[in-house]
Design a protein around this ligand. Structure first.
Ligand SMILES: [Zn+2]
Ligand SMILES: [Zn+2]
Length: 247
């Protein structure tokens, strides 16, 4: 086994989860010395009661959420979609995939009070369109939900909400465009009875305007879920006028 690892490391040298530089074989995996320095900065203190982005006063909606009431109760965002934390989620999604999850899971475990994520009956990852997921080989929202589940014991429901529309990417669309693009994208499967009167936590990688989480929440509530909250690895910070930088 050691020998196989050794040759794999030569063929596919370990790379940093942030900057993707090659990491010397004798160093711990996933962070180069530069990126390991200084750690990571979770969102702490006063946050928007809806999207989870930093905002004060406490228990008030940020300008972005104030103008767009959400269907979910609140989103718990771990990091801002900025700096090294942004690179981590992009590298998970587009470069490293499942092998990076041990690192991401440890990062989540070391960063948050995991008991905040225990009061739910199920985690529901935002689903991908089947063909898209097959092409990518994984759904990053599902990987995150599974990692949370391994930390808290709350089970993951993967096949209750389905993505029935192959939506184009939300990137670059404004709030209305995102809403229109995602409307009707989700539906409940034949296994929907399991969500009746249950408290659900939707899990996704990035929170931008909340359109995806709202649409998913609407479908879960229509199926009889008791309450729906969200967890995202990152949240895109809004600007003072309530708009966001579209990604
Ligand atoms: Zn690095
Ligand atoms: Zn907000």
């Amino acid at each position: 086994m050691f020998l196989i690892d050794f040759f794999l490391d030569i063929l596919y040298p370990p790379r940093c989860a942030v900057c993707r530089d090659i990491i010397p074989i004798d160093k711990p995996r996933w962070l180069c010395d530069d990126c390991a320095r200084g750690g990571f900065t979770p969102i702490e203190g006063s946050v928007c009661e809806s999207c989870g982005a930093p905002f004060s006063p406490l228990r008030a909606a940020c300008p972005g959420c104030h103008n767009n009431a959400h269907k979910f109760v609140s989103n718990y965002a771990l990091f801002l979609y900025a700096g090294r934390e942004r690179e981590i989620i992009l590298n998970l999604k587009y470069h490293f995939g499942p092998p990076m999850m041990a690192f991401v899971k440890k990062l989540i475990k070391d960063t948050i009070d995991i008991t905040k994520l225990t009061g739910f009956d199920f985690y529901v990852p935002v689903p991908m369109y089947k063909k898209k997921e097959a092409d990518r080989g994984f759904n990053q929202a599902h990987l995150l939900a599974r990692a949370l589940s391994e930390l808290t014991g709350v089970p993951v429901l993967k096949d209750v909400v389905l993505r029935i529309k192959n939506t184009s990417a939300q990137s670059g669309l404004d709030h209305l465009g995102r809403k229109q693009n995602i409307t009707g994208a989700f539906a409940l499967s034949g296994k929907k009875d399991v969500i009746l009167s249950k408290a659900i936590l939707i899990v996704d990688d990035i929170y931008t305007t909340g359109s995806t989480m709202d649409e998913c929440t609407g479908v879960l509530l229509s199926g009889g879920a008791k309450s729906v909250n969200g967890f995202t690895f990152c949240v895109v910070p809004y600007k003072s006028d309530g708009s966001i930088d579209l990604i």
